[in-house]
Design a protein around this ligand. Structure first.
Ligand code: ARG
Length: 583
């Protein structure tokens, strides 16, 4: 149990004893903002004062009188209008660190209530560029999937690829025109740069009426399963998939592709069932559901179009079919959609319709996990100098190249078989970390210089801290990565120096940090935790010699080194970042 959970439990018992509140009452425990006042706070008294009609300080004192913290904290202190401050005792912290060291999971147990969680992320569109927005979705979605799986949830990682829609009429028609041979040969064909292909197709579509008419017919062909149209569609998807796969390999992302086309067979049932439940209405030839709480510019309820007047379905229709499939066939308890903030309206509307239609079973959570834009250093939308979007492969390769240059500058003697793989890890880590370390809801500035810097809240800073700690171990003749410290070396494990205690108290917040990430879905919480951990480690190391210390202090400090190294490695791993041995 995390320290936070322990205190929550103890204070809940106190509130139960003092005021007869339910045993699971939430006593509002939070980590203290300022260590001057202690390590944690209980803020229950202020809220309770109202309902109990007693002065908050009296209520707080009453809680203090009933709380049992003898094994873990100094006497709680009443402060201000009714806060209760608690400070962890050194021996308790030491005992927690020992538990951490004995446990592969660093003292964080698996969840007692595992859920089936779907993370719908990445989800680029066929024949279109995978852009920085998809990069954010990929990195954030992967991290959340890793954290949830680590906690013991059953996670399904779905790539809701945009592989269906009217644009395929245009693409198929252009493919027939530009590379007819692709459609007769049976083996897969390289179509080259699909983005250029898309652009050329669009141009033909825009300038030529006959082309446009043919394209419309091609959509129908595709929908009815006509062989040539189908083959063209398959070719386009395969080509895109190969391009996406390069990025996923580079980023070490695993995903199950289940694109929009997968839900085609379920679309008509969406219409039928919405009709049966009376939610579907005709509006100018289109079948739609009028939304509650969404109005158009005239103040009338906004319709969500389910089926267009030409019989076609929308992005939203597919998402409705997907919700039904995911709740019934996949038996999801929680579905997370990681996309840019621009789609917040879409998801709010789709969720509303799904709920009103009764398709979301009680207890099932649908959550849009939105994120902001990636900006260039000029503060505008991230683009190349000529105004084009930057292909992701180019962007990642550039980060790796810069990491490589930096490594070579610092290690002029080093061999290429060290430089190459290390630069690859650092470059990718830098890009991932720069994204994850920002609160996802804000826009962030993409700067190679900043993300690759060895100073500040960056991946290189954390990776370097890890390398350094392992180096300390090696010098002392112990491999901190693999060797566990002997129990007898830690028999009277204690923390004497303030810097040791500060580091140790931070270490034992590991469990509550990961639990918070799983609830708030904010990877930056984990980044901040790891960054502060590295800082606190560096302060500890400045103030407390490790290898030169007398026993048993030397072993105790090595134990802190090991706990820090393992926490860093595990934490970075949950961010999708591997560690390196040297840098
Ligand atoms: N393909 C969409 C896009 O590029 C993202 C899909 C997100 N997932 C979903 N179930 N709608 O914007």
């Amino acid at each position: 149990m995390s320290v936070l959970a322990l205190l929550r439990d103890r204070f809940a018992i106190a509130c139960h004893r003092a005021f007869g509140l339910p045993r699971n009452y939430d006593p509002a425990i939070a980590a203290a903002k300022d260590p001057k006042f202690g390590d944690y706070q209980c803020n229950a008294a202020l809220g309770l004062a109202k309902s109990l009609q007693r002065p908050p300080r009296t209520v707080a004192q009453n809680i203090i009188d009933h709380v049992d913290l003898g094994d873990c904290c100094d006497l709680p202190e009443l402060a201000g209008p009714g806060f209760i401050n608690v400070r962890l005792r050194g021996d308790f912290v030491a005992q927690q660190i020992q538990q951490m060291l004995r446990d592969d999971r660093l003292g964080l147990p698996m969840t007692q209530s595992p859920q089936r969680v779907i993370v719908d992320f990445s989800s680029p569109n066929i024949a279109k560029e995978m852009h920085v927005g998809h990069l954010r979705s990929t990195i954030i979605g992967d991290c959340l999937a890793r954290v949830l799986a680590y906690l013991g949830h059953d996670v399904l990682r779905l790539n809701h690829v945009g592989d269906w829609g009217t644009q395929f009429g245009m693409l198929i028609t252009y493919l027939r025109e530009a590379c007819p041979e692709a459609l007769v040969h049976s083996n897969a064909l390289e179509l080259g740069d699909l983005v250029a292909f898309y652009r050329a197709a669009k141009q033909r579509f825009d300038e030529d009426d006959t082309f446009r008419d043919t394209a419309r017919l091609a959509v129908v062909d595709l929908q009815t399963g006509e062989a040539i149209a189908r083959r063209a569609w398959t070719l386009l998807c395969e080509q895109s998939r190969r391009e996406f796969e390069k990025i996923y390999t580079l980023l070490d992302i695993s995903l199950i592709e289940r694109g929009e086309s997968f839900y085609n067979p379920y679309l008509s049932a969406v219409v039928d069932d919405l009709t049966a439940s009376g939610l579907l209405q005709q509006d100018g030839g289109a079948a739609c559901v009028f939304l509650e709480g969404f109005t158009n510019k005239d103040g009338n309820p906004l319709p969500l179009i389910i089926q267009k007047s030409d019989g076609g379905y929308n992005y939203a229709t597919t998402d409705l079919a997907a919700i039904r499939y995911r709740t019934t066939q996949d038996r999801a308890d929680r579905i997370l959609y990681v996309t840019d903030m621009g789609q917040s309206g879409h998801f709010a509307q789709v969720f509303q319709v799904a709920r009103r239609a009764g398709w979301v079973p009680e207890g099932v959570e649908l959550t849009h996990v939105p994120f902001g834009l990636v900006l260039g250093e000029d503060g505008k939308k991230f683009k190349t100098r000529s105004g084009d979007t930057v292909p992701l492969k180019v962007l990642l390769d550039e980060a790796i190249a810069r990491a490589e240059k930096d490594l070579r500058d610092r290690n002029p003697e080093a061999a290429t078989d060290f430089i190459h793989p290390t630069a690859q890890v650092i470059g990718i880590a830098a890009v991932k970390y720069a994204d994850l370390s920002q609160n996802r809801t804000s826009n962030y500035l993409f700067s190679y210089d900043k993300m690759l810097s060895l100073q500040g809240n960056t991946a290189p800073y954390l990776l370097y801290a890890y390398v350094r700690i392992c180096g300390i171990g090696r010098k002392g003749g112990i491999d901190l990565e693999t060797q566990t410290l002997q129990p007898d070396q830690l028999q009277y494990f204690s923390l004497r120096e303030p810097a040791e205690l500060v580091l140790a108290k931070h270490l034992i917040q590991w469990g509550e940090t990961i639990e918070a990430v799983a609830i708030e879905l904010l990877p930056n919480r984990l980044c901040q935790y790891l960054f502060e951990l590295s800082q606190k480690f560096n302060q500890f190391f400045e103030q407390c010699p490790v290898l030169q210390a007398e026993e048993p202090g030397r072993s105790h400090r090595l134990a802190l080194c090991q706990a820090t190294a393992r926490t860093l490695k595990l934490g970075l791993g949950l961010l999708g970042i591997p560690t390196v041995a040297k840098m």
